[in-house]
Design a protein around this ligand. Structure first.
Ligand code: NI
Length: 201
């Protein structure tokens, strides 16, 4: 097991379309070791999720936690399909765009189909925080960063986000604070501030 180095915005690997994982690779020891390393790196950086290109490996693999009880899960060759036109806005961060936060709107209800790290097919329908996280991570596989989708005027450095952002005392005083969504608590335990409580994905 090893902790890998996280690529920062500007590194070309973050802008490449990643390669699918084929059956032969899936069965290889090297791939399984890579999955262990990706997971260890996500835990080390306290991320909500991590995609292989973020550790300089251009393969269609992400790891993320949909449910605290189930723990982190792998999605190999994932395909996301929006299931409704309704959008959900949330404050995202990314381990590859260090020290920033910004508001992004994404489809609120999606289906994800993928293989597990052992090749078992799986599919979920997701709402709320998990729907946001899978879309953020799977964007990395197509060379897309959240800042490509951000509402530009909401981009903040982390320090200013804590001081003046939507969950700050400043925002409460100004009456511009955002209510914490109820469904967040169900799906993400006490992670009501979503990706703010860690380094993003
Ligand atoms: Ni990210």
């Amino acid at each position: 097991m090893a902790i890998l180095r996280v690529a920062q915005m500007g590194h070309p690997v973050l802008r490449m379309v990643a390669e699918p994982v084929d059956e032969e690779m899936l069965e290889s020891e090297a791939f399984q070791e890579f999955c262990d390393d990706l997971l260890e790196t996500m835990i080390e950086y306290d991320g909500a999720g991590l995609a292989a290109p973020q550790v300089h490996v251009s393969l269609r693999v992400v790891v993320l936690t949909l449910d605290d009880e189930a723990g982190p899960e792998f999605f190999v060759n994932p395909v996301i399909t929006p299931l409704a036109t309704e959008l959900r806005r949330s404050w995202e961060g990314c381990l590859s765009v260090e020290g920033m936060r910004g508001a992004v709107e994404r489809p609120a209800h999606v289906r994800i189909e993928a293989l597990d790290r052992d090749g078992t097919p799986k599919a979920y329908e997701l709402h709320g925080f998990p729907a946001t996280v899978v879309q953020h991570e799977c964007d990395h596989l197509d060379g897309v960063l959240y800042i490509d989708r951000v509402e530009p005027k909401t981009l903040m450095f982390q320090r200013e986000y804590r001081r003046f952002g939507p969950y700050s005392d400043y925002a409460r005083e100004m009456g511009t604070n955002e209510p914490e969504e109820e469904d967040e608590e169900e799906v993400a335990g006490d992670e009501t501030v979503e990706m703010d409580q860690n380094g993003g994905g």
